[in-house]
Design a protein around this ligand. Structure first.
Ligand code: ADP
Ligand code: MG
Length: 664
């Protein structure tokens, strides 16, 4: 059906070829045997001994060597959970936290949520019996708010430190502070790669424990010429591998859920079409936000004679190891948030990954034996166009939430806070300005009552502001529903092939003249009226799991509201509901107000605009193009699109955001 992708044969990623062959673990093997077979096991005693005499230890080891699953267990076995203390292990990604906790609970033969648990935003599967807790770095950061000394823990493992997420980075700074006041607290920094020196010197030359992994050489193939459509090229390559290469599973790196779903559908279509002409293939996928019941499918070994194809985001780069992978297909992209402190604009963009990432990805093919990696870009591109390392998140993100958190921890002099890579002064100032505009800070830069309330919510301060203001207008319940829906809305609808038009028509039934926030509210209410039914979701082509998550988020937001404001906060005002909701939305999103430009169909932000943006084709407002809109987020694909837009008007903007536009 499609053209062949042609490859150059070029590089070999070296491995320790003479190393023993990892015996493919069969399900019948004893768990203890399995655990002892992991490379990290040989260093168990070293690890524990070094920690006895050192407060901080850096552990570096190839992905899959057993750091994440084993080290917390070693600590537990060595008695670190005595005196009611617990061991925490952070993960940058929610899926990794849940999936690894599940695995470790299984290894320890306990029920998830008891001795082994996890805590991610809006989902806490831990209890007072939990001694090993996998937690997202963002959630551990929030624990500082209630327990600034983390006195509940005997050891904290900061995992995947090489990823340098913003939460991890702030955690490192805060942990460095409490090493002084809590000499008994052990800190382990685990990283898949290099840069260990940087962590070591940050922690006053803490010792580094190196765990050599088992790795086999991986032959790297580059395309001869650039591929315009990497999804198509990846698809073609899958079949090329399947029809010409010996057995072994395939791992494909894609940037997000949408891409993965598109690819999964196309792949299954082709497999169906080819029928008996090819050997059987089994397709599975993993991405952030994936329901945990389906996650585990990627770990299931395929039936004899079937090749498994795993479609994954960069979660499979280092956080999660899938056994049996022999072929890696790497288009060379990653989805990242990008922030421009000059304009305050933030958007999600798909960008080329770094050389370090590409090599990590390739390495995934060399775990069971020599492997192959197919890069869907040229060799020239690899050496000349890719950055050597990814840019730490703190240097490319909006700092508002983090700075609010630091301020509420009493860290007022942000310029003195110890960052491994300090963010630019400009982005700190931008964040302070936004917090001030949101009413979280007063003119002296001190936290206000509003600011203090904001820290109670595990949400972006902008969203929290909407909720806090909504109570003034008697629409807190509605606003919480909208925000719960928004935060889960990227994959709310699905459009099955052949039924796309019907799905679009169903979706259009919910469209509200005022825009997408109201459309989401319509959906929420309709679902509720139908008793939160699964069948109803299926009829409307709505993702049931997504709605369930939104329902859970909603319940927690309402709980937080009654905690900080009591029943009063949840009082409803039925008059002029729509307008009151608009007011609540503008109170937080005032910086995201855009005006239709006089020419064309583009929009300009009222303040700080850098160019046109457009209403997303999925929006209820796509055709109507109102004069003034407010949006939730920008997504950059072929154009800069505003996702989730609603109508506002000048009067509302003046009333709710006058302070922000005063010098306009
Ligand atoms: P590291 O953190 O060093 O990358 P891990 O501790 O995550 O390594 O993984 C160690 C081993 O545990 C992996 O090689 C993998 O085979 C196995 N493993 C991890 N999670 C699962 C799972 N959910 N199902 C089956 N095996 C798993
Ligand atoms: Mg790990």
């Amino acid at each position: 059906e499609s053209q062949f992708v042609t490859y150059d044969e070029a590089d070999i990623l070296p491995g320790d070829e003479d190393d023993q062959v990892a015996s493919p673990s069969s399900a019948s093997d004893e768990m203890a045997e399995l655990r002892k077979n992991l490379p990290v096991y040989a260093y168990r005693q070293d690890f524990l001994n070094t920690l006895e005499t050192n407060q901080v230890l850096i552990v570096v080891g190839e992905t899959g060597s057993g750091k994440t699953t084993q080290l917390p267990q070693y600590l537990y076995e060595a008695g670190y959970s005595k005196n009611n203390l617990a061991i925490a292990c952070t993960q940058p990604r929610r899926v990794a936290a849940t999936s690894i906790a599940t695995r470790v609970a299984y290894e320890m033969n306990v029920k998830l949520g008891q001795e082994v648990g996890y805590t991610i935003r809006f989902d806490d599967k831990s209890s007072k019996d939990t001694v090993i807790k996998y937690v997202t770095d963002g959630m551990l950061l929030r624990e500082f708010l209630t327990d600034p000394q983390l006195s509940h823990y005997s050891a904290i493992m900061i995992d995947e430190a090489h990823e340098r997420t913003i939460s991890t980075e702030i955690l490192l700074g805060l942990l460095k502070d409490i090493t002084v006041t809590r000499p008994q607290l052990k800190i382990i920094i685990a990283s898949a790669t290099i840069n260990a020196e940087k962590f070591s010197s940050f922690f006053n030359n803490a010792p580094i424990l190196n765990i050599p992994g088992r790795r086999f050489p991986v032959k790297i193939h580059y395309t001869k010429s650039p591929e315009a459509n990497y999804i198509q090229a990846a698809l073609t390559t899958i079949f090329q591998i399947h029809t010409t290469q010996e057995s072994g599973d395939i791992l494909v790196f894609l940037t997000g859920q949408e891409e993965i779903e598109t690819m999964e559908e196309a792949l299954n279509d082709s497999i169906d079409k080819l029928g008996d002409q090819i050997e059987p293939m089994m397709v599975c996928s993993i991405y952030a936000n994936m329901a945990s019941e389906v996650q585990s499918k990627i770990f299931d070994p395929p039936p004899q004679g079937t090749r498994k194809v795993v479609l994954a985001t960069n979660i499979a780069e280092t956080s999660i190891t899938i056994d049996g992978i022999k072929y890696v297909i790497d288009p060379g992209y990653v989805k990242q948030n990008k922030y421009n402190p000059g304009t305050g604009m933030e958007s999600l963009v798909i960008v080329p990954c770094s050389r370090a990432s590409a090599d990590q990805r390739a390495g995934r093919a060399g775990r069971i034996g020599p492997g192959k990696c197919f890069r869907l870009f040229t060799k020239w591109c690899f050496y000349n166009e890719l950055e050597a390392n990814p840019v730490p998140e703190i240097l490319r993100t909006n700092l508002t939430s983090v700075i609010l958190l630091l301020l509420s921890l009493g860290i007022n002099d942000l310029l003195k806070f110890e960052f491994m890579d300090p963010p630019s002064k400009q982005s700190i100032i931008k964040a302070l300005e936004l917090l001030y505009a949101l009413g979280a800070l007063n003119s002296q830069g001190k936290l206000t009552k509003t600011g203090q309330k904001m820290t109670e919510f595990p949400l972006d301060p902008i969203l929290t502001k909407c909720i806090l203001m909504s109570s003034k207008f008697g629409v807190t319940i509605q606003t919480c529903a909208i925000i719960a829906m928004i935060s889960e809305s990227t994959n709310l609808f699905y459009r099955p092939k052949g039924k796309a038009e019907l799905a679009d028509a169903r979706k259009a039934q919910f469209h509200h003249d005022l825009g997408d926030h109201f459309t989401l509210l319509n959906i929420w209410r309709a679902w509720k009226d139908y008793g939160y039914s699964k069948e109803w979701c299926r009829d409307c082509f709505i993702n049931y799991k997504t709605l369930q998550r939104a329902k859970n988020v909603y319940a927690q937001l309402i709980r937080l509201c009654s905690k900080i404001g009591g029943a009063e906060m949840l009082q409803e005002n039925k008059e002029d509901e729509d307008r009151m909701i608009q007011k609540a939305l503008i109170s937080g999103f005032f910086m995201n107000v855009c005006r239709l430009s006089r020419m064309g169909d583009g929009y300009e932000r009222l303040k700080g605009s850098t160019g046109g943006c457009f209403i997303h084709p999925s929006s209820a407002l796509y055709k109507t193009k109102p004069k003034l809109v407010i949006y939730y987020e920008l997504v950059l694909t072929s154009k800069e699109y505003m996702r989730c837009c609603s109508v506002v008007d000048d009067k509302l903007v003046k009333e709710m955001a006058g302070h922000y536009y005063v010098n306009k």
